[in-house]
Design a protein around this ligand. Structure first.
Ligand SMILES: [Zn+2]
Length: 315
């Protein structure tokens, strides 16, 4: 039952509810557990909702089969020993290439996706690059930055409120921690002044957008492309933008601010300008477009599309 996450994971709950209502599914989701210990159960609940044929299911046959780990259209891949092996994934592909037996969707869950090695990561990447109609991937990880950028960029991210120890840190250090996965990179990140400037630039961009809406389209170079002009950089900072709106939503629904504790005034201001639905929509739109980065040669056009889509309101 998705409802059991309503209090613990209010944002992920809303995002999944919206996705199901709109029946607008991505080919791949990446659940970033942030150390939340029920991340796998959460993913399984999501998979069940994707596969169940009933809108209001009261323990149907299919769901029972899923509970018994006996449903052919759901495959769960766990690390075999130390890692996820390439053979596990090719087996999955072969099996999924056979025609669907029940229903019209197939879902595979890759648990502990950070355990993909170079070989298996490339296999899964091929799968994600050529998505097949009706096949949905759910990857679960504790540490999103141990995954290849190319994998992250193809998935819609559902970031859970976790138990990662980010307390007693300022916003900039928290972001450094989120974007790096070892001490050396972390230190390099915080010692590079340009990263501070970029964070400030991102917040200025958001602030200007929230105050002036579509007008920002005239100043995209000044507010965005002067700071973020290649795909990798954009992917990172669009992700931080998602974290920002997630914190605005946290504030709005009286949950703890996770990352942007140093920017309470801005958070409060933007929370007052948006409804909860509005914020969920913004997170969804930005997340969706982030996954298009990989395929889009024209970054200017992509940023324009994000703004236009944000302005078209709650879908
Ligand atoms: Zn069901």
């Amino acid at each position: 039952m998705l409802e059991q996450y309503q209090n613990n994971q209010p944002i992920a709950y809303q995002i999944i509810k919206n996705t199901l209502n709109k029946k607008h599914f991505a080919h791949a989701y990446l659940i970033d557990t942030n150390g939340y210990d029920k991340g796998f159960d959460f993913a399984l609940t999501f998979a069940k909702l994707l596969l169940c044929p009933y809108e209001k299911c009261i323990n149907c046959m299919q769901c029972k089969m899923i509970d018994d780990n006996n449903f052919p259209e759901l495959k769960i891949i766990n690390p075999d020993g130390n890692g996820i092996k390439k053979e596990q994934l090719t087996e999955l592909q072969e099996e999924f290439n056979k025609k669907s037996i029940v229903g019209n969707k197939k879902v595979y869950i890759i648990n502990k996706a950070e355990k993909l090695n170079v070989n298996s990561a490339n296999t899964i990447l091929k799968f994600l690059e050529e998505p097949q109609e009706g096949i949905i991937a759910i990857l679960i990880t504790n540490n999103i930055y141990q995954l290849l950028d190319t994998i992250i960029s193809r998935c819609q991210i559902i970031s859970l409120n976790g138990q990662v120890d980010l307390e007693n840190k300022n916003t900039f250090n928290k972001i450094a921690q989120l974007l790096t996965d070892n001490n050396e990179d972390y230190n390099n990140f915080i010692n590079d002044e340009s990263n501070k400037e970029k964070l400030e630039a991102l917040l200025k961009f958001i602030k200007y957008y929230e105050n002036n809406h579509k007008k920002i389209l005239l100043y995209m170079n000044d507010y965005w492309f002067n700071y973020f002009n290649d795909k990798q950089e954009m992917s990172k900072y669009i992700l931080i933008m998602i974290y920002f709106y997630k914190d605005v939503l946290n504030y709005k629904i009286n949950c703890n601010i996770e990352i942007f504790n140093d920017y309470l005034d801005l958070i409060e201001d933007i929370a007052n300008k948006n409804t909860v639905d509005n914020l969920v929509n913004k997170i969804t739109v930005i997340n969706e477009h982030r996954t298009y980065l990989e395929y889009n040669a024209n970054l200017n056009l992509l940023m324009d599309k994000i703004i236009i889509e944000l302005e078209s309101g709650v879908r």
